[in-house]
Design a protein around this ligand. Structure first.
Ligand SMILES: N[C@@H](CCC(=O)N[C@@H](CS)C(=O)NCC(=O)O)C(=O)O
Length: 227
């Protein structure tokens, strides 16, 4: 049995969707961010960095969203190319780009206090969001050209669409700096994927409204908190 440690609309959402796309049985455990459960000893025993998600597997607890997606692809296929398949090298390249660059940069928008002093926040926000917009522009033609990697239900699509969702929503009190209509392939993918059964099921489980990707609205969870 797989166990996903999650908080609503956190990076665990990406893993939840991948598990649902794969049709795998799994159970979930809430990491209650309102009491900083990610810092408690039992959670740190699973992920010493105290970040969400963790997926408990027969091979032990896994953390890092990209690593979990890669493990799922290696174990079960379907949502991405396995070792030896033709697009595997390209899959790895874009998976690491999403994880190491886009996701890591978004963290700086969401948690500026962890990265820059108060006095540098406004300048930093401008620089990092410009870099993110540039990188979404790099990704958009790849989405259009590579449905084998970025088709509906694929691991890379799930990861990218959730990152684009957050970029448009969080922090909820900040300015909107990403417009989806600037990225036509991503917008088309968002519209297609909003209706997927796995996406709808993930949204329902986490208190997210009817459109996760195309017209995202903030999560209103019945369990736990987003931050
Ligand atoms: N590199 C990590 C980042 C995960 C991450 O940033 N998780 C956020 C929630 S979306 C978190 O745990 N935030 C709590 C914190 O930073 O203390 C991954 O890919 O899993």
């Amino acid at each position: 049995m797989l166990t996903l440690h999650f908080a609503p609309d956190n990076a665990s959402l990406i893993v939840r969707m991948a598990l649902l796309e794969l049709g795998l049985p799994f159970q979930t455990v809430l990491v209650d961010r309102s009491v900083r459960a990610q810092d408690h000893a039992d959670y740190r025993a699973l992920n010493p960095a105290g970040l969400i998600p963790v997926l408990e597997t027969p091979e032990g607890p896994l953390f890092e969203t990209g690593a979990i997606l890669l493990w799922l692809v290696d174990q079960f296929g379907q949502i991405g190319p396995q070792l030896g398949q033709p697009s595997r090298a390209d899959f790895l390249k874009w998976l690491f780009f999403l994880s190491n660059t886009v996701h890591a940069d978004l963290r700086q928008v969401f948690y500026p206090d962890q990265y820059v002093p108060q006095t540098a926040k406004t300048a930093h926000h401008g620089l990092i969001t410009a870099r993110l917009i540039r990188h979404f522009s790099v990704l958009d033609p790849v989405v259009a050209a590579r449905p084998d990697l970025f088709g509906p239900g694929m691991a890379l699509s799930i990861y990218l669409l959730v990152l684009a969702r957050w970029a448009r929503l969080y922090p909820t009190d900040g300015p909107v700096w990403l417009q989806l209509d600037t990225f036509p392939a991503l917008a088309r993918l968002a519209a297609t994927c909003d209706g997927r059964t796995a996406v709808r099921a993930a949204a329902q489980a986490e208190g997210i409204g009817p459109s996760l990707f195309l017209i995202p609205s903030p999560c209103n969870p019945t369990l736990g908190s987003v931050l």
